[in-house]
Ligand binder design. Structure first.
Ligand SMILES: NC(=O)c1ccc[n+]([C@@H]2O[C@H](COP(=O)([O-])OP(=O)(O)OC[C@H]3O[C@@H](n4cnc5c(N)ncnc54)[C@H](OP(=O)(O)O)[C@@H]3O)[C@@H](O)[C@H]2O)c1
Length: 341
């Protein structure tokens, strides 16, 4: 794998100040990594997932990442807040709740939410709105996936993946979108997809189907909601290793092929969370309000080097190329000799 220099942030330190951004699936992997960068750049960040302990850890890590942050209303240096949906609201909970003022830069909050359940999603969004204020952006990142021969899948397994990716993304987008429209507020929705939305992918068919549906949602709602100032875009990252997803997509030595591997990436390496975070921040900032309805691949050229291309020729030696050239030339000469005109 070729080394990569840390790209650093091309953005002002306060790029996202005043933004309040929800990341679904923010307790682990890419969501967790991106959350840190959003907090560092001044966004108030809300993390969702199903596991509270995992979320609490991710929230504390992200909140601690903002250098020199001042958070007058927070409980300490790491202003990660537990904000459990449906939990009893005692005096303690009320005391912990911050005033619904402007987003406090760099503070990070979390809620345990299953995105497959619209009622939970709507209640959690309502809680953010009433306790903190309106979101400015939603990152639909939660997903489930594993490799399998499609003929072995049960309808239940198909459901588990598609309901998380497709229904979950729609639920979150709908709950935030309705509120933005009702209150005349702009908003930005960014969904994390894969390049399978363009190519499909064997052995991860439910995920490919569900991600393609979210790609369709992105294009459709970009048009329908543009007049409300709501933008929808998506990112299709190439391989960026994360713990759990890698176990599910690359469970054995022999399954180390294709989508998770650096070898098939023309750039010669996997991507980094910093690169993903930079593009995410750009898309969630005010820098590109004219950009909507797009799914942007960030994959080191992996998709364009797919089986439909001649990308595999990269392994030919100079001698191989010489031989190929000679054969083509003699085939061309033979063909010319048979021409009558
Ligand atoms: N890593 C890559 O190379 C790569 C490449 C292309 C696209 N992506 C996309 O990037 C996103 C993140 O992937 P990752 O690699 O970071 O995987 P990951 O670590 O497995 O993250 C998935 C997250 O989704 C949450 N989640 C799953 N089901 C949920 C549900 N029903 N409700 C709420 N949250 C749920 C999980 O938390 P809980 O289990 O606690 O709920 C987990 O935090 C996914 O959309 C994936 O398709 C990743």
């Amino acid at each position: 794998m070729r080394g990569v220099a840390a790209p650093g942030s091309p953005f002002a330190a306060d790029l996202l100040e005043g933004k309040r951004i929800l990341i679904t699936g923010g307790g682990t992997g890419l969501g967790r990594g991106v959350a840190r960068h959003l907090a560092v750049h001044g966004a108030q960040v809300h993390l969702w997932g199903r596991r509270r302990a995992v979320l609490a850890e991710a929230a504390a890590e992200a909140a601690a990442a903002r250098p020199g942050r001042v958070d007058g209303a927070g409980p300490g240096p790491a202003a990660a807040r537990w904000c459990p949906v449906g939990a009893p609201r005692g005096a303690g909970a009320a005391a912990r709740r911050p005033p619904p003022a402007a987003a406090r830069p760099g503070s990070v909050h979390f809620q345990s939410v299953d995105v497959r359940d619209f009622d939970q999603v709507d209640a959690a969004i309502e809680e953010i709105w009433s306790s903190y204020g309106p979101l400015t952006g939603v990152v639909n990142n939660a997903a489930a996936n594993f490799i399998a021969q499609t003929e072995t899948l049960s309808p239940r397994a198909f459901d588990a993946i598609t309901r998380t990716v497709m229904n979950g993304t729609f639920h979150t987008t709908l709950a935030a979108g309705r509120r933005w429209i009702a209150e005349g507020l702009p908003g930005s929705v960014l969904s994390t997809l894969t390049t399978w939305v363009w190519t499909g992918s064997a052995y991860v068919v439910p995920s490919a189907m569900a991600k393609a549906a979210v790609h369709a949602m992105t294009m459709s709602l970009a048009v329908e909601w543009a007049g409300y100032g709501i933008r929808l875009n998506a990112l299709a990252p190439g391989p960026i290793p994360t713990d759990y997803a890698w176990e599910m997509l690359n469970p054995t030595g022999r399954s180390s092929v294709g989508a998770t591997q650096a070898e098939g990436v023309p750039a010669g390496r996997v991507g980094t969370i910093e690169e993903l975070a930079n593009l995410t921040m750009f898309l969630l900032s005010n820098a590109c309000d004219y950009l909507t309805g797009q799914t942007i691949a960030m994959d080191g050229g992996q998709m364009l080097a797919g089986p439909g291309t001649f990308a595999g020729l990269a392994s030919l030696s100079e001698d191989d190329w010489r031989e190929a050239r000679e054969r083509s030339q003699s085939a061309s000469a033979a063909s010319k000799a048979r021409r009558t005109v």
